[in-house]
Every structure is written in structure tokens, then in C-alpha cells.
Write a protein that binds this ligand. Structure first.
Ligand SMILES: *Cc1c(COP(=O)(O)O)cnc(C)c1O
Length: 385
């Protein structure tokens, strides 16, 4: 999976660090493009990974940007994304962020509540602008993923609920500085059951009809992201099923005359190209367990601790008989555990381990807790093979 020639070059680099395999990223991009035979607009959700080389690759490929903060909008613009390809979501947009987006002239504010709509209208009025708004609706669809990354159930904080919609229609007609352009959905992440996207599409059709009945015209439908990847078998199943994902929308979503479809993929684009490379510091024999203590911890990759996420791990240095280990970081927290009872080639101090599928929601969530150095990264383009 990671070439031997690279592993020998890793030896000379200070650990821990993120390694991005640009070959995998480029292949993923090609697969997305090949699968999107329908002309859907694909945005990349910057929050999944904002590494400069990765963003360059994705924006050069023509993806739009899905942003969840003012700084992500600024970053996208700085990277050359046209404002007309930038969507802005989030339940807590600040005045400053809204002004940034208004001044940039973005494609769409994906608006999540009645009070937010009023604030955007007010700020747009002050700047003498009209804000293009898509209404994020919480469709109450169970994405069948982990509860910590579910966003589209009535109990979640995201989007408008069904009972707000009547009020919304009246408000939209009264606000002078808002132009309704679409509706938006994003029900969760790491969705691996494609049937979920069918179920979502059927609900979206009903919402779309409802808006039309109210005399509210929708230029676009934004289905969000959420497509999952195979964390168990990154090597044999490296790419998400983009064909099935796009086909589900093509088949089940009823677009009206002139309506365009947008999607916002994050994880499925960048997860598999990233590996966190860490060194074994100590082997510690416990009462009933063998601990492998690594120089990476939750400060570099927090997903296992935050979402109970699984990541495959391999020993890059040794190909010995496998043993069961608890792989733990150096941080002063009992939850600083990457894996329990994981079978791994017998390890010794100094061995390099790769924590796979770490390209999404990895480096972007790094912290300096315990006053540690912020994790660094490199890409395959930085190495000679
Ligand atoms: C995070 C996010 C995405 C991307 O989700 P993935 O699961 O990484 O594909 C898309 N849209 C919105 C609004 C988001 O918040």
C-alpha cells in the first residue's frame, strides 16, 4: 500500500506526520468525474481536509467549495475558487462571516433557521446586496451511521424542521434582501448504505413539490455529502462507490425543469489518500494486555477518541508474526487510544506504523493539547520514488 522506497525515506523524517498519496487522490478525482455522467455540480467540503496541495488538486479539477466558516470561504477564494461555486453552511454563522460571504458574492447561503434568515436579510440590506439562500431542511432520514455523525434526524441541531416550513414560506416572501435559490440537505457522514440516498431523494421530491405549491421557485437542489468509505479494507476497497451514489440521485430525484443538482463530498474524496505515520516509542506489558505506545496521539488524529472510529493500522517496518496490541498515544488522557486488541506484526521500539484512511477529519482536527508541536504533513510528490 505504501511503497517500500517511500518507507525507507520516512525513516529520516521526524514523526508523527501525515502522508498524502497524491496518486490515490488523483485516482479518486478521476473516478468521481467518470461516475458523474449527469452533469451534477460537485463541491468539495473543505472541512474534511484543508491541506494546500490537496485543495490545489481538487480545485484544479474544477470542484466547487462547501464551506462552514468565513475562513474556509476566504481560503477557497485565495485558492482560486470562483465565488459562484462556493456554498456556505453552518448553524452558527456569525455576522462577520455573513459579511465576508456577502462581500465575496458566493453561490449560496445554506440557511439553517428563521433567525439566521432574518440576520442575513438585515446584513444584506445594509450592504445593499441580495443574498442567495438555500434552505437547509432536516428531512428526518436515518443515515444508518454512527450517532455522533448523524445530522438529519429531528433531534439534531441542523436545518429547518418540518413544522417551521409554513412560517418560513411567509417569511421568505416578506424579506426584501433574500433570494431563495434552492433547498439543501446533509443528513450525516460515513453513509455506506446507498438505500439511504434513495430514501432521502424521495423525501426531497416531496419538499420540492411543497415549495412549488407555495409559489417558491427552486433553481437548485443540494443533496450535501455523507458518502462513506471502507475503513476496514482500505487496501482492497479504496474508492467509494461514486457510480451508485450519483445513480441513486439520477434515478430517484425528480428535478423540475431547469433545476440543477449539487452535491458536497468530503470524506469520500480525501480519506483514503491519507495515512498518519507514527513511531513506536515503547512496548509496555500490562496485566492482561500489551500496550504499544506511539508518538502520535489524539492531538494528531482524534477520530477514534471522538467518534469511536476504527482505523486500520499496519507496521511498516516489520513483517513478523502478528500479536494483539492496544495501540495508545502519549497524551495524558485515558481515552487516548487508537485501537484495542488489534493484530499487528510484532513491533519494537522505533518501528514505523501507518494509521490508514486518515485523510479526512484528521489533520484538520489536530491540536496542540499538552503543548505538543502541531502535526506536519507531506505528500508523495515531495518524495522521489
Ligand atoms: C461536512 C459536510 C459535508 C461533507 O460531509 P462528508 O461526510 O465528509 O462527505 C457536506 N456538506 C455539509 C453541509 C457538511 O457540513
Amino acid at each position: 500500500m505504501i511503497k517500500e522506497t517511500l518507507i525507507s525515506q520516512f525513516q529520516n523524517r521526524e514523526t508523527p506526520f501525515y502522508f498524502y498519496d497524491m496518486d490515490i487522490l488523483r485516482k479518486t478525482i478521476s473516478k468521481i468525474k467518470a461516475a458523474n455522467t449527469y452533469g451534477f455540480h460537485v463541491h468539495y467540503a473543505i472541512k474534511a481536509n484543508a491541506n494546500k496541495e490537496i485543495l490545489t488538486c481538487l480545485f484544479d479539477a474544477g470542484f466547487g467549495a462547501d464551506c462552514v466558516s468565513g475562513n474556509e470561504i476566504s481560503k477557497a477564494i485565495q485558492m482560486g475558487v470562483q465565488p459562484s461555486k462556493i456554498a456556505f453552511a453552518g448553524v452558527g454563522k456569525t455576522d462577520k462571516e455573513i459579511i465576508t460571504a456577502l462581500e465575496a458574492g458566493i453561490f449560496s447561503f445554506n440557511c439553517e433557521s428563521l433567525p439566521e434568515l432574518q440576520v442575513i436579510d438585515e446584513l444584506a440590506g445594509k450592504l445593499n446586496k441580495t443574498a442567495p439562500v438555500a434552505i437547509r431542511i432536516n428531512p428526518n432520514v436515518d443515515p444508518k451511521t454512527h450517532k455522533f455523525i448523524t445530522t438529519g434526524l429531528t433531534e439534531n441541531k441542523f436545518g429547518f424542521n418540518h413544522q417551521d416550513l409554513t412560517k418560513l414560506a411567509a417569511l421568505l416572501k416578506s424579506l426584501k434582501n433574500i433570494q431563495l435559490t434552492g433547498i439543501h440537505f446533509h443528513i450525516g457522514s460515513q453513509i455506506t448504505d446507498i438505500e439511504v440516498f434513495k430514501e432521502l431523494s424521495l423525501k426531497v421530491n416531496a419538499f420540492s413539490d411543497w415549495f412549488e405549491e407555495q409559489g417558491l421557485k427552486l433553481e437548485h437542489i443540494n443533496m450535501g455529502g455523507g458518502l462513506g468509505i471502507d475503513y476496514q479494507n482500505p487496501e482492497t476497497n479504496t474508492f467509494a462507490d461514486f457510480e451508485a451514489y450519483f445513480a441513486a440521485f439520477h434515478k430517484h430525484l425528480k428535478l423540475k425543469q431547469g433545476q440543477e443538482l449539487h452535491v458536497e463530498l468530503g470524506r469520500s474524496v480525501v480519506a483514503q489518500c491519507g495515512h498518519l505515520i507514527t513511531r513506536v516509542l515503547y512496548l509496555k506489558e500490562g496485566q492482561s494486555k500489551n500496550f504499544l505506545i506511539t508518538d502520535a496521539g489524539m492531538t494528531e488524529l482524534i477520530r477514534p477518541m471522538l467518534y469511536q472510529a476504527y482505523h486500520a493500522i499496519s507496521n511498516l517496518t516489520s513483517k513478523q508474526e502478528e500479536h494483539a496490541y492496544d495501540i495508545v498515544g502519549p497524551i495524558c488522557e485515558s481515552t487516548d487510544v487508537f485501537a484495542t486488541n488489534l493484530w499487528l506484526s510484532e513491533a519494537k521500539r522505533g518501528d514505523l506504523l501507518a494509521i490508514h484512511s486518515a485523510g479526512a477529519y484528521g489533520e484538520v482536527m489536530a491540536s496542540q493539547y499538552n503543548l505538543r508541536d502541531l502535526v506536519t504533513s507531506c505528500t508523495s510528490d515531495n518524495f522521489r520514488s
